[in-house]
Design a protein around this ligand. Structure first.
Ligand code: GLA
Length: 732
């Protein structure tokens, strides 16, 4: 059994095939955390909680004076504020007494098969045979708050999830000030911290630093997970590499304000907490009410960052992404945005479709600009009816023509937004987020709807479903092009205004849930000025997310590599655009590491380019299985090597491998022998292009020689922006 409890020692053991996580019920009901790391069979771990004699002024429980225990020194399972543990707090409740001291102690527990859903929140899911769950019920005796710590173990995947439910069983309201989803204490400070930073057009660049004394954190208080920091953090051993050493990955299943903080304390031990950012968060909990904190996913790897990433990919592909499109090849699409921006009409789109059909493209997506009177980004958000001046004959006529050309049809929306110049705003100025008496900030000439309001959500649902139910729409791009300011709701009383950030996200999830239920056939692609909401919360509702507005193939390398730290490439919206700095072949090869599509005017392609596009699409269709379902190996990381970037997909049966190499900058001596990974050393693989046969052992130990040859082979690939793709299959 992956979860066991030993009554005599009071120890819970949560095992996956490669990891063990332990919790101890200590004296007076304190919950301690003796161990998290590689799998151990033993129960004899209590000594691990002993962290030496007392340090400066560490408080004690007056009932435990005969042992060197202090909440300030012990590894605490879920840290509380103000009762002896001065390190980062996971929980802070302001009770009816007005103070914020909090202290939870063990009450009871349950262990059961499967995994419960989290009310109103996205989360990983599992059948009864796929996971086991531990619920630890605890209580704060003074506030009367009961706190359930939830742990689900995916034994076969080497992953765990955590969440927290707080219930007010007292007779008075209480105020939740911090409810983090996880707290993990580590015994030392010899770790590297890896995270993903960025901005619009440059999302998810990998950064790594060594932990230092003090607090180091990544966070968002933008009302979105954001371009700037992704809700992902990894602690890895100092000697870890891409393929070796320990890595502990944390990814928060939430699309709003988050905080992942790591504190190295006076003793040189490390605490990580992660959850909804306590800044700008609060929740009034009335008697009988409960609050659920979103899910934290935790992955342990003994095979470096690469092993950690592959576990995240498997978990998300099989236990987070849902619906009809989960395991299905996604249509190769052409999107109108970079080809036309707002300058299109029905005829132009039909011409795009007709040209695209000849190339093998399967779907046309009509991006921004089809509704209200929108010809620029300065109006009409919220007016979700067709601009018949542009689409003469209306939407159904356009879709019929596109379908007749042989393409499916997709559409763009930005449901949470409202333009000041819109009929919706003129009719309902109270419907956007606002603070009484304070001028509203504007961004991209738009305000944000108050998604905490049911009437607002109902209106958007009604308007959009009117279009979706009457027209043959097969794809929907859900955009979100600004962050939140003046976050207040006119419907809530002052003491609940602190809830609006979280209520906004709950409202967005509710709306997404309604759409995915009402239109289960539609393929949803999430977007936020590119990848400003690339998080697992969004992946629960949409199996793909537009990675970045930056479609330059070389720039995309660092973006896509960073994104792959915890998200599967089957979720990366990646298109070939008109960015001639890089050859079309390389733009195609880079987009192959994603859902694949085009974002250019197909009428402007030369005959030679059209032939190449046809080949690219044929390649994507041929390799899709190994790309969508294979294991990813990052061979050469673009931020670590100035010349090359290389990656490889290997099918789970190790019978197929797809290798891509991109030359970002030409080397003075273009010499490259590349060693592959993940193959079966005993099998023989055929290079589909050259027909050469190599053992897996040779390809992994000696490598394949990609140095340019006198006959011209590999020459183009070695030039600035050049690239190659190689496909290997096991010889029968
Ligand atoms: C965002 C998206 C783009 C495009 C525009 C339309 O920036 O990332 O792909 O849809 O909005 O306004």
């Amino acid at each position: 059994m992956p979860i066991s409890f030993d009554q005599a020692s009071g120890l819970f053991k949560l095992d996956t095939k490669n990891s063990t996580y332990m919790i101890e019920i200590y004296r007076e009901g304190y919950l301690l955390h003796p161990y998290y790391g590689g799998y151990i069979p033993d129960e004899n771990v209590k000594d691990l909680c002993y962290r030496g004699t007392f340090a400066s002024f560490s408080p004690q429980n007056p009932r435990i004076l005969d042992e060197p225990f202090s909440p300030d020194l012990a590894p605490m399972e879920y840290s509380c504020n103000g009762t002896g543990d001065y390190r980062l707090s996971a929980l802070q409740v302001r009770g009816s007494g007005g103070d914020a001291s909090t202290d939870i102690r063990y009450v009871s527990h349950k262990i059961y098969r499967g995994k419960p859903a989290l009310t109103g929140l996205p989360a990983t899911y599992a059948g009864e045979e796929e996971a086991q769950t531990l619920e630890l019920l605890t209580r704060d005796a003074v506030t009367g708050v009961y706190v359930t710590l939830l742990y689900t173990v995916f034994e076969e995947l080497g992953a765990m999830t955590r969440s927290v439910v707080v219930e007010n069983r007292s007779q008075e309201p209480v105020d939740l000030e911090r409810v983090y989803s996880c707290c993990v204490d580590f015994p030392g400070m010899d770790y590297k911290m890896t995270h993903l930073y960025g901005q619009w057009f440059k999302e998810r660049t990998v950064a790594t630093r060594r932990l230092e004394h003090g607090i180091q954190s990544i966070a968002s208080k933008r009302g979105a997970s954001s371009h700037n920091h992704n809700p992902f953090l990894c602690l890895s051993s100092l000697n870890s590499t891409e393929e070796s050493g320990e890595a502990f990955g944390f990814n928060f299943v939430y699309s709003g304000n988050f905080d992942l903080s790591v504190e190295v304390d006076q003793r040189g031990t490390t605490r990580l907490i992660g959850g909804i950012n306590a800044t700008d968060f609060g929740w009034r909990l009335e008697p009988g009410e409960s609050f659920t904190a979103p899910e934290m996913v935790m992955v342990y790897s003994s095979q470096g960052l690469g092993g950690m990433s592959r576990t995240f990919h498997k978990l998300y592909s099989s236990h987070l992404i849902r619906g009809k499109w989960k395991d299905v090849k996604r249509p190769v699409l052409i999107n109108s945005w970079e080809a036309a921006f707002f300058d299109f009409d029905d005829d132009k789109l039909v011409e795009f479709a007709e040209e695209a059909a000849k190339l093998g493209i399967e779907m046309l997506v009509m991006d921004d600009g089809w509704f209200g009177k929108r010809n620029l980004d300065n109006c009409s958000l919220g007016d979700w009816y067709v601009n018949e001046g542009k689409l003469k004959g209306g939407l159904s006529s356009l879709i019929e023509r596109v379908n007749r050309a042989g393409l499916k049809f997709g559409i763009w929306y930005e449901p949470e937004m409202i333009s000041p110049d819109s009929d919706l705003y003129r009719a309902h100025p109270d419907w956007c987020l606002q603070v009484r008496g304070r001028e509203k900030s504007i961004a991209r000439t738009q305000y944000v709807l108050d998604m905490s309001r049911q009437d607002v959500r109902d209106n958007i649902f009604r308007q959009m479903s009117e279009v979706l139910s009457k027209n043959h729409v097969e794809y929907l791009k859900w955009d979100f092009n600004r962050n939140l300011t003046e976050v207040g709701s006119l419907l809530l009383p002052p003491e609940r205004q602190k809830e609006v950030f979280h209520r906004f996200i709950l409202g967005t999830y509710d709306l997404m849930d309604r759409f995915t239920r009402a239109f289960p056939e539609i393929l949803f692609e999430n977007c936020s000025g590119g990848g400003g909401r690339f998080d697992p919360g969004m992946l629960y509702y949409s199996p793909q997310i537009w990675c970045s507005d930056n479609t330059d193939a070389i720039e995309r390398l660092t973006i896509q590599f960073g994104t792959s730290l915890c998200y599967p490439v089957s979720t990366f919206g990646a298109h070939v655009a008109h960015r001639p700095r890089t050859p079309l072949s390389t733009r195609g090869n880079v987009a192959l590491c994603g859902t694949f599509g085009y974002e250019l005017d197909p009428r402007k392609l030369t005959e030679k380019e059209k032939e190449l596009v046809k080949k690219q699409i044929a390649d994507f269709n041929r390799y899709n299985d190994v790309i969508q379902r294979g294991d990813l190996y990052r061979l050469i990381t673009p931020t670590e090597n100035p010349f090359h970037c290389a990656w490889e997909f290997v099918s789970s049966d190790r019978r197929e491998a797809l290798l891509t190499v991109v030359t970002m900058r030409q080397r003075e001596t273009p010499f490259l022998i590349l060693r592959l990974r993940g193959l079966d050393p005993e099998k023989y693989y055929r290079d589909a292009e050259t027909g050469e046969i190599y053992s897996g052992a040779l390809l992994m130990n000696a490598g394949i020689n990609l140095t340019p040859r006198p006959d011209g082979a590999y020459e183009e690939a070695a030039l600035d922006g050049g690239s190659l793709v190689k496909y290997f299959t096991v010889q029968q």
